[in-house]
Design a protein around this ligand. Structure first.
Ligand code: AMP
Ligand code: ZN
Length: 455
């Protein structure tokens, strides 16, 4: 076990940053595996008495977004706003705690320009003839800094990655990456002013600027999916340490991928389910969260609908046991049973071994069921077991069935109502509102979109 010591001299506040979604579409459950993992880390830190400051950026400017804005003949904000709201709603469906800060890239361009300015003044960045600004790996290394802190790199084999614009042949070296992309006609109205001319920030600089803006030049934890290790995170380190001269991040945690038949679930392979696809099939956010939380974060695993049905069965075993415990406990209350909690913590302290923790939970459920069936459990013991569940569930975030379950059809109805309003079919929108009300739910139209609240 490695003891976690935050940078905060008081040992309390923990700065944590998780690379957020690119809001060009609905996120798939592969993406959500990473965000549920970040939620688990945050909940565990809170359980241990730390005060994490959880930052998750919203990447709301990027090549694909610009292309789609252009095709849809809409504005950047209107286009990304829809998917950002959907994403935050999906986090709620998965019972993820909302991050404390969700900065949008488009609202931090001055901070990015400032950071690029620092790199320019230190001679680590240069403007190429195409007017774009690039990070110079050679000059960075010349300052005694290490490029390749997370991965071993072979510079001879390095080629520009897919996220780099095709017109970047003017770079001095193939390994260099764009900090500022000069405006081109395809960008339409998506551009910002800068000392190097109009343009837009590169993807990597967004995360350096937003994380350091909210958490300072050095912070404790940086998370993301394992596909981001290179080049994204390597470039974040280079830009940040190159500009500040200080260590950027103390601990990196990378979540392994969710796979489908052995391949990474991704938009480009088309082998994905969005959360909404699965809700529409009648699965609950709770079941999906549980499934995403079953494997150790360093282990990839295959998503299947059968696996999701297995999650339903596993949860019903917990629910049934909790139901019987409630009956036995009646009005008795008790302090949480400490042994099971200690075993769960012991497991999670070993590099967040969640699968081990679930093993403890199901062994405990089996033993409780046996004791309940044999009428050996006193009301105080049942109450202590229930109290232990409440405590461990502040980490798991699974909840009890009745607490979190929002029938999938209601979310589908809410989507229909949003579509009706958009199409100015107010009669249909009102009739859906009445239908939802008759089922005990009211629509709350917030500035970030419509949500359902229990009457
Ligand atoms: P994106 O919206 O593509 O920038 O991705 C958002 C987050 O989802 C990043 O942290 C990715 O690493 C993560 N991610 C993408 N695909 C998967 C997957 N199949 N399994 C786990 N995480 C993923
Ligand atoms: Zn990032």
């Amino acid at each position: 076990m490695q003891t976690f010591t935050p940078l905060d001299p008081a040992g309390k506040t923990v700065g944590m940053y998780c690379c957020g979604p690119t809001v060009h579409d609905f996120a798939h459950i592969g993406n959500f595996r990473t965000f549920v993992f970040a939620d688990l880390v945050r909940r565990y830190l809170e359980y241990q008495g730390f005060s994490p400051v959880h930052v998750m950026n919203i990447t709301d400017v990027e090549d694909k977004i610009i292309k789609r804005v252009h095709e849809a003949k809409t504005s950047l904000r209107e286009f990304t706003g829809k998917f950002e709201t959907a994403f935050l709603d999906d986090l709620t469906s998965l019972n993820c705690l909302q991050p404390h800060h969700t900065p949008r890239a488009t609202e931090h361009v001055p901070q990015m320009v400032d950071l690029i300015g620092k790199l320019m003044s230190r001679g680590i960045a240069y403007q190429a003839p195409d007017k774009s600004v690039y990070f110079s790996i050679k000059n960075y290394q010349g300052c005694g800094c290490g490029y390749g802190q997370l991965v071993k790199l072979n510079f001879d084999e390095m080629r520009p990655d897919k996220r780099v614009a095709s017109d970047e042949y003017e770079k001095e070296s193939a390994a260099d990456f764009a900090l500022w992309k000069a405006r081109v006609s395809e960008d339409g109205e998506v551009f910002w002013p800068s000392p190097w001319g109009e343009g837009r920030p590169g993807w990597h600089i967004e995360c350096s600027a937003m994380s350091m803006n909210l958490l300072g030049p050095s912070f404790d934890l940086h998370l993301g999916g394992e596909d981001l290790i290179f080049p994204h995170h390597e470039d974040e380190i280079a830009q940040s340490e190159g500009a500040t001269g200080q260590p950027f991040v103390k601990h990196w945690m990378h979540g392994a991928h969710l796979l489908v038949e052995g391949k990474k679930m991704s938009k480009s392979l088309g082998n994905y389910f969005t959360l909404r696809d699965l809700l529409a099939k009648g699965f609950s956010g709770r079941e999906i969260r549980y499934l995403l939380l079953t494997a150790h974060y360093r282990e990839s695993f295959n998503f299947t609908l059968d696996g999701l049905c297995g999650a339903r069965v596993a949860l019903s075993r917990i629910d049934e046991c909790l139901g019987k415990l409630r009956q036995t406990a009646g009005n008795t209350s008790a302090a949480p049973e400490p042994t099971v909690l200690a075993r769960i913590i012991e497991s999670l302290d070993e590099d967040l071994n969640i699968s081990g923790a679930w093993g403890v939970v199901f062994e405990w459920v089996r033993e409780l069921n046996r004791a309940l069936a044999a009428h050996e459990l006193m009301p105080e013991q049942a109450a202590a077991a229930l109290a232990a569940w409440v405590q461990m569930d502040t980490i798991f975030g699974i909840g009890a069935k009745a607490d979190t379950e929002m029938p999938a059809e209601l979310l589908v109805l809410l989507d229909d109502r949003n579509a009706a309003r958009k199409a100015k079919d107010f009669k249909r929108a009102d009739s859906i509102r009445d239908e939802l009300k008759s089922q005990g739910w009211v629509i709350d139209d917030t500035p970030t979109g419509a949500r359902l609240k229990k009457l």
